[in-house]
Design a protein around this ligand. Structure first.
Ligand SMILES: Nc1ncnc2c1ncn2[C@@H]1O[C@H](COP(=O)(O)OP(=O)(O)O)[C@@H](O)[C@H]1O
Ligand SMILES: [Mg+2]
Length: 227
């Protein structure tokens, strides 16, 4: 895949729009997210934040507009190209952790690379253990999600999002299901990890205290960027 490294932007959207039935949820959103920074998307519940993140991550097809990831127009790629672009460029962290209950923490972290052969299995396992160490969870590598607290599950989910060494980490209310103290720890972990590796972080939050820690804030109101 050809990646345009000339752009300073990890993510650019151009005039994105999507409707569900008669409801226009995203109405002409153009944003630019600089590489290596922490940008926050804020807005009231129902304003379209998760929908926007879903389009940026390629999970949802917009009715109109483009998404460029590191200069590459992802919706112009064929299915394989899109899957490859997503795998190589994006990690995603969800509010509800989304770990597979029947798998151990280690197996959950390895899940995105189960079918990858770019590295050997032991090399992937070594990387997974290293990531679990970085999020303070390697001593729980063999535990299943049910044996872990919410904050611990989210730490494992962060390690999983990083296994492909993505250039962009997308997070949708990643601390929304956690108590205040745990949330602060997970937030510091996520922002610190991204800063250390130079990963671009785009986080959806309705919490202005969290957004205040970002380099840039993008406010969404009724499906549009509020200037
Ligand atoms: N798949 C869908 N089908 C129908 N309506 C949807 C769908 N996804 C989102 N919506 C609607 O779009 C609006 C924005 O939702 P969402 O992006 O989840 O907002 P936010 O994340 O800002 O709370 C809401 O009114 C929601 O009901
Ligand atoms: Mg949402």
């Amino acid at each position: 895949m050809k990646v345009n490294d000339m752009t300073d932007f990890a993510i650019q959207t151009e005039d994105l729009a999507i409707s569900y039935g008669a409801v226009e949820v995203i109405r002409g959103v153009s944003i630019e997210v600089p590489k290596g920074q922490f940008s926050a998307i804020v807005g009231k519940s129902g304003s379209g934040k998760s929908t926007l993140l879903g389009i940026i991550s390629g999970l949802e097809n917009p009715d109109k507009g483009r998404v460029l990831l590191n200069g590459t127009d992802i919706f112009a790629l064929d299915d394989n190209g899109m899957a490859e672009a997503r795998r190589r460029q994006i990690g995603i962290v969800f509010q509800s952790f989304n770990l597979v209950p029947s798998l151990s923490a280690l197996e959950n972290v390895l899940l995105p690379v189960v079918f990858d052969d770019k590295m050997s299995k032991p090399d992937y396992e070594a990387r997974a253990h290293d990531l679990l160490s970085q999020v303070g969870m390697n001593d729980r590598a063999s535990h299943r999600p049910g044996a872990l607290s919410g904050g611990e599950q989210q730490r494992v989910a962060i390690a999983r999002a990083m296994i492909n060494q993505p250039t962009i980490l997308l997070a949708d209310e990643p601390t929304g299901n956690l108590d205040e103290t745990t949330a602060a720890g997970v937030l510091d972990l996520l922002t610190g990890l991204c800063r250390d590796i130079g990963t671009t972080l785009l986080m959806v939050t309705h919490d202005m205290d969290i957004a205040a820690k970002a380099d840039r804030i993008i406010e969404i109101k009724n499906g549009k960027v509020e200037q």
